[in-house]
Structures are given as C-alpha cells and as structure tokens.
Ligand binder design. Sequence first.
Ligand SMILES: NC(=O)c1ccc[n+]([C@@H]2O[C@H](COP(=O)([O-])OP(=O)(O)OC[C@H]3O[C@@H](n4cnc5c(N)ncnc54)[C@H](OP(=O)(O)O)[C@@H]3O)[C@@H](O)[C@H]2O)c1
Length: 347
Amino acid sequence: MLKVGIVGATGYGGEELIRLLLSHPEVEITVLAAKMEGEKLSISEIFPAFEGKIDLPCSDLDIEKMAADSELVFLALPHKVSMEMAARFLSLGKKVIDFSADYRFNEAQIYEEWYEVKHTRKELLKEAVYGLPELNREEIKQARLIANPGCYPTSVILGAAPLVSRGLVDPENIIADSKTGVSGAGRWPGKGFHFGEIQENFKAYKVAGHRHQPEMEEQLGRLAREKTRITFTPHLAPMKRGILSTIYMNLKKKESPEELRQIYKDFYEDEPFVRITEPDKFPETKDVWGSNYCHIGFKVDERAGRAIVISAIDNLIKGASGQAVQNMNIMWGFEEDEGLDHLGPRP
Ligand SMILES: NC(=O)c1ccc[n+]([C@@H]2O[C@H](COP(=O)([O-])OP(=O)(O)OC[C@H]3O[C@@H](n4cnc5c(N)ncnc54)[C@H](OP(=O)(O)O)[C@@H]3O)[C@@H](O)[C@H]2O)c1
C-alpha cells in the first residue's frame, strides 16, 4: 500500500482528496495536517461524514513525522504556504503533489509578478512537472514534484489544446469566458463570495487580471510553440461547484464541424477522462458533478470564422483533487482511473 500524507486536510481540496482516497485500493492515508493552531481533532470530528471510515487525528504539521510515515505528500494549501514545505519534503526523499500555484510556472518572474511574492525555491521550478496528464503523462511518470494545475486552466487548456497544438487557430487572440461555482474560492472565502452575495446573483470578477491567465498562456504557448495571448474573464455563478468555460478561437482557415470533431476525437482518443459531446450537444456542469471527467463540445461559427469550444469540469475533482489522484496513479503505475472511476450524483 502506498502511504500518503495530506497537508490542508480541512479545506475543500483536502476533504475531497480524503473522500477519493478512501475508495482507492492501493492507498493508505497515514497522516493529516492543517493550520490547527495547537488543536488536535479527529478528521471525523471535523467532517462527520468520515466517521467509521477514517478517524485519524488532524493537527499542525510536523514535517519530520509526516515524512517518516508517508512516501507521497499532497499539499492542498494556499499558494506561498506550499513553497518551502514542498522543498522540505523533497529533501527528505518524499514525492510531492502541490495543489497551489507555487510550482506551476517555468520562470519565477511570472509567478512573482502575478502572485506578488518572491519565489524562494527557484531551483525547483525547472524540475516541477505541470500535472495535466492529457499533455504531460510521460513527464509525470518520472516526477518528484507535481504542480497540480489550476481549475480554470484545466478547463480552458483541455478545451483549446487540440486546435492550438495543431496550429489551426490564432494563438494571440484567444478569448476564454469561464464561470465557476463558489467552492472555487476555498472553504473560507473572502468578501463577495458568501451565500448572501452569491445566491440569485451572477458577476464577473478580476476582469483581465486573474492569476490563472498567465498559467493558461504558458501551457498553451508550449503547445503552440509561439507566443499565446488569452483574454480571460472569470464569473462567479450561484452554484456550489463546477466550471464551464466558453473559449473563442479564430480559425486560420475554413474548417468544417466534421473536421474539427475528428481533430478533438483523435487528440483525446485514449484519454480516460475526456469526453467529446455529440454534435450540437454542449457540456453542462451537472454532467461532470462529482466526477473526474472533462466534457468538451464545440460549434464552428462559419460566418465569423471562429471555433467556439465549451468545456465543463468539477473544479474540486478534475480541477483539483481528482487530477491529483490521477497524477498519483500515473507516478506509481496504478491504473489511471483507480479511485476515480465513478460518476458523482447528479445534483
Ligand atoms: N477550491 C478549488 O476549486 C481549487 C481548485 C484547484 C486548485 N485549488 C488550490 O488548492 C489549494 C487549496 O484550496 P482549497 O480550496 O482546498 O482551500 P481551503 O478550503 O481554503 O483550504 C486550505 C487548507 O490549507 C490549510 N492551511 C492554510 N494555511 C496553512 C498553514 N500555514 N499550514 C498548514 N495548513 C494550512 C487550511 O487549514 P485550516 O482549515 O486549519 O485553516 C485548509 O486545510 C489552493 O492552492 C487552491 O488555489 C483549489
């Protein structure tokens, strides 16, 4: 059995990760930690749904203890918090899957500019692998440090990758319009993310300034092998979970819907967690709720010469914890869908 530790076990990502790993036949969760400020509670006191399934204590992080009791550590932590912790676990011979943005960029400069903090472990940026299995499966197999992708980038990159990688669209003129459920902001969201602000409301936020924008540009730029520019507008929808991204890309030449469909089918042919919807059927967040699937549908706007691609994921599963489990499965040579081969309830 693979022994794993989880830091950030009390957050949304941590909770979902525990839930997924409990049904994984090859994994044993051995240590749980969070910012407990001296308190030590059983995880089933924090999340009563886990009673009888897992009763491990959750306390402040003791790095040496977690490293002694686990081979792989998941860091489901805010950015900046993971940076030093990841480095410490690596130095103790452990592998790390980090949920934060701390190791997602190749160059520290972009991270420092967008996250407004100095990167203190630049030497690890080249080694870290961007954990999007559909693009980087071979590198993930060998990795010690996985930078689990952001939720919006997962939906946008998967939606755009087949066309961008084939050079069929203008990479400097991509528009991504995304909507998220409120769990995307974590369990303790800031002002403007509470129930009273969200219900019966729909709004854009961080217009032309969201931190996931450079992450999408870096990954799609690698695929395009040229500079990529995205105008990204996130919206907050009155729902708990789910991301729906609508991506507009200018086609370089006329492509029929059938040709595009074949390109998407070929690109994702062997992917266990990407589904292309039937013509004129478009993904809905309800269809992927609680599952590790990404559904992608599209339409060609022949009049405007644009491809309109719509992708849906569950932000907490394919956008975070499910993707982390998928990465773990690849790193350890387990079946890629182990612990993930289920559909969530339709809300
Ligand atoms: N939510 C999503 O949809 C989503 C999707 C993709 C990626 N992510 C990324 O995943 C990470 C976690 O997100 P989340 O939504 O799970 O956040 P969250 O609900 O706010 O949980 C954060 C967790 O980190 C713990 N923590 C904070 N500071 C700590 C410290 N100094 N030492 C130890 N533990 C500490 C918190 O502990 P306490 O509860 O004790 O404070 C909590 O368990 C973030 O980097 C986020 O950007 C989230």
